[in-house]
Design a protein around this ligand. Structure first.
Ligand code: FMN
Length: 247
C-alpha cells in the first residue's frame, strides 16, 4: 500500500455511532482481528484478548451497562455550561443519549491482561498506563482502520470502571483482565458529516517547540468551544433533538 492510499484510508475512517443491523461476513471480523494481532506493544507483551459478541441479548446487556455510566456522565455534564459539553450531552436532561450501537451486528470487547507488564522490568517504573491506554490504543487504532478498509463503520466505546465491572460478568471475562473499550462494527446507518482536525502548521514544531505558537489556557478553552460547534452535527442523535439539523 502506498502512502497516499494509506492517508486516504486514515481520512476515510470515521466514528460511526449507529449501524444497520445487516450481518457482516465472519471473514471480515477475522481479518480485522488478524490485523489487530500485529499491533506494536511494549516489550512485545501483547496484552490484548478479544471477545466477539453477535448475540443480540448480550449486546443489549452491554448497552444497558454503558447507559448506566451515561446517566452518571449526564449528571456531571449538566454542571458545565452548554457550549463546553460533549455534543451528545448538549440537551440533557431533556435528551440523555443511549447506546445507539447496540444493534451493530458485531461488538468486540477489547480486553487487556495487566500481567503482561512483566514483559519488561521497566514497566515497573510506569503505572497502569503502560498496559492499558498506551498498548491497547495501538491495537484499537489498527482494528478501527481495518474495519474502515473493509468498508465498515466502527465506534470507540470507552469502558470506564463502572461499566467495566458490570460487563465482566456479562461476558465471563476473568477479573484480572481489564476491558478497555467496546468496538461495535457494521455497515453505517448514516453518512457522517465532515469532521475537523487542527492544521498541521498549528501542531508541528521543527527542532524546538515554537513558543510563539504555545496556547494559553484560554486558547485551549476557546478551541474546545469551537470544536463542539464543529463536531456537534456529527452526532446522529441531534437529528432527533434539534429540528434545525433535520435534513
Ligand atoms: C480514547 C478515545 C475514547 C473515545 N471514547 C468514545 C466514546 O466513549 N464514545 C464515542 O462515541 N466515541 C468515542 N471516541 C471517538 C471520538 O469521539 C472520535 O474519534 C472523535 O470525535 C473524532 O471523530 P472521528 O473518529 O469521526 O474522526 C473515543 C476516541 C478515543 C481515541
Amino acid at each position: 500500500m502506498e502512502i497516499d492510499e494509506f492517508l486516504a484510508l486514515v481520512k476515510r475512517r470515521r466514528s460511526i455511532r449507529k449501524f444497520k443491523p445487516d450481518p457482516i461476513p465472519d471473514e471480515y471480523v477475522e481479518r480485522i482481528l488478524e490485523a489487530g494481532r500485529w499491533a506494536m506493544s511494549g516489550a512485545n507483551g501483547q496484552p490484548w484478548e478479544f471477545v466477539v459478541v453477535k448475540d443480540q441479548a448480550t449486546k443489549d446487556k452491554l448497552g444497558d451497562a454503558l447507559d448506566e455510566e451515561m446517566k452518571l456522565a449526564a449528571a456531571i455534564e449538566s454542571s458545565r455550561v452548554k457550549e463546553m459539553r460533549q455534543p451528545q450531552m448538549r440537551d440533557i436532561p431533556d435528551v440523555i443519549p443511549g447506546s445507539e450501537w447496540k444493534n451493530a451486528p458485531v461488538v468486540i470487547a477489547l480486553c487487556a491482561d495487566p500481567r503482561t507488564a512483566q514483559a519488561s522490568v521497566l514497566s515497573r517504573l510506569f503505572d497502569d498506563r503502560w498496559i492499558i491506554p498506551e498498548n491497547m490504543g495501538h491495537v484499537a487504532q489498527i482494528i478501527h482502520l481495518a474495519a474502515a478498509a473493509c468498508g465498515l463503520g466502527s465506534q470507540w466505546v470507552t469502558v470506564s470502571r463502572l461499566p467495566e465491572e458490570l460487563i465482566k460478568p456479562i461476558l465471563g471475562v476473568p477479573t484480572i483482565l481489564r476491558i478497555l473499550s467496546l468496538v461495535p462494527i457494521g455497515y453505517p446507518a448514516y453518512q457522517p458529516k465532515p469532521t475537523f482536525r487542527r492544521e498541521l502548521r498549528e501542531i508541528v514544531h521543527y527542532e524546538r517547540y515554537d513558543m510563539s505558537r504555545a496556547r494559553s489556557n484560554e486558547d485551549v478553552q476557546e478551541f474546545i468551544r469551537s470544536l463542539r460547534e464543529h463536531s456537534r452535527p456529527a452526532y446522529p442523535i441531534y437529528k432527533q433533538a434539534d429540528s434545525s439539523l433535520r435534513e
